[in-house]
Design a protein around this ligand. Sequence first.
Ligand code: ADP
Length: 597
Amino acid sequence: MERARSLLKKYYGYSCFRAGQEKIINNILNGGDTLGIMPTGGGKSICYQIPALVLPGITLVISPLISLMKDQVDALINQGIPAIFINSTLAYRETVTRMQDLARGFYKLLYIAPERLESESFRELIYQLNISLVAVDEAHCVSQWGHDFRPSYLAIAGLINGFATRPAVAAFTATATEAVRQDIIKQLGLQNPLVHIGGFDRTNLYLQVIKGEDKKNFLLQYLRQNQGCSGIIYAATRKEVDSLYDFLQAKGFSVGKYHAGLSDGERNQVQDDFIHDNILVIIATNAFGMGINKSNVRFVIHHNMPKNMEAYYQEAGRAGRDGESGECILLYSPQDIQVQKRLIELNETTPERRETDYRKLQSIIDYCHTSNCLRRCILTYFGDTNVADTCSSCFNCSGDSESVDITVQAQKILSCIWRMREQYGLTMVADVLKGSQNKKVLQLGFNHLSTYGLLNNYAIREIKDIINMLIAEGYITMTQSEYPVLKLRESAYPVLKGQASVYQKVRRNRQVHVDDNLFQMLRQLRKDIAVREKLPPYMIFSDKTLQEMSRCCPTDEQGLLTVNGVGEFKLQRYGSEFLQKIYRYLAEGGIEDYPKN
Ligand code: ADP
């Protein structure tokens, strides 16, 4: 372990392992099998990369996505770690050369996709190498109970059994229920494995659900406030992605879009632009992200409620992987439920599976509605016991909101729904409250209702916002039919009778983080180096490392080495450029005490 720790500093620039990493690495180095379950950003890669450096021979890493593989290998090479991948993008000749170099001991890590293992000749080649560890990334893909089943993962067990000397096997995933966990152990044939279930809490992530607000307005305001930050906006459908993209582009934002309707070329380009910080914000369906290891994503906004908590936490978890603060914001509207239900219905599957899907959908609906701690809601869902009742960094717990009394507006709305005999939908009710001259409103005689025009000083959009909020807070229900109708719920009556008040939580605006000048300068330098080296900026140094540099202002190599994320290799490679920038900053700031050379 001592050697492992010194390699961690040398290659990664980190001074200590996280609690789970230490346990897992120790087990691997002692030859044991491992199942590591940690959230996205929890630090799974180091769990097998450090053993790969300590153990003799080669570590074989099985990873599901080719794009992810290239990214990981590039990052390792840029840290001075000899790694290579073999996949279907390579010509046969190149594959042979790489295998020869592996046999000569030029590399410590070999990344492959599971599909490779279906070829017997390839398996034979693997058996000729000295493999001391097999690491299986995204191991839930081996289970039919998981959400991303990949049949080729089933070939892994056969590979492992065929070795003359069985290597240690370590499997990693971010999502695993008890059933999936047992299935991974069985399907991979893990022998008496250490099962480590890491805490799912990502304390650097701020969580928020926004209900009943105009989503486009929110996005405009948010992007204006957080200019310069990288983020992902997830939307439910391709159509919605296109429409948001057009809208934000027209407003002058530099954004990219990604969905399955685009060509491979277009998708690769936009992904590349995002990784290299040429485009800071990407609007995407859930097709985007599996292959993205970008660590400096500062926010993930869900324009629509996703299908379940697993999907939400996985996608939202792409924020703040570098450990710096990140924001996860879910823009909820009741229509999102209809969309998700329709998707479940369209899915050709067994009745049991459909029931599970509905149950899982309810978990995220509950998340959107709770006024309790959002973090607690997520963590208890994933089976974390011992979770505090409140936290300091979710919207519901922090002081980022203030309550505004909207009892009178609520009474007008509830009474209007009642007078319309609970037979009309959101738009019609809003029209009546606005006092619209719309033909249908007049035809149905709603202009004679006592509630007609009661909210005429509000915009239609604002009226709809309040109605949506009343739905989310459980005063009104929306029927689950093709044409959803608004109906009053039990809790509406005390409000109508003046026995209960309604409050709306109004948000105070926040900024993801306050940039200081030096941080901005270092970020620009990182971008220049990234262009020169043709690497994504976050692979040079993470945002967290740059933040620490700008806080500590190291002025010599020794000082720079104490910054988390600066290892020896990167010090040699980039150290002097960053030090120069810091000297200059200090000089211009009038601070005399700095080295003059
Ligand atoms: P995962 O694969 O679990 O999603 P990663 O392996 O990509 O997570 O790690 C997430 C981030 O945390 C990376 O930026 C990584 O460098 C950083 N990290 C991992 N382990 C440590 C550590 N011991 N100290 C500091 N940062 C770490």
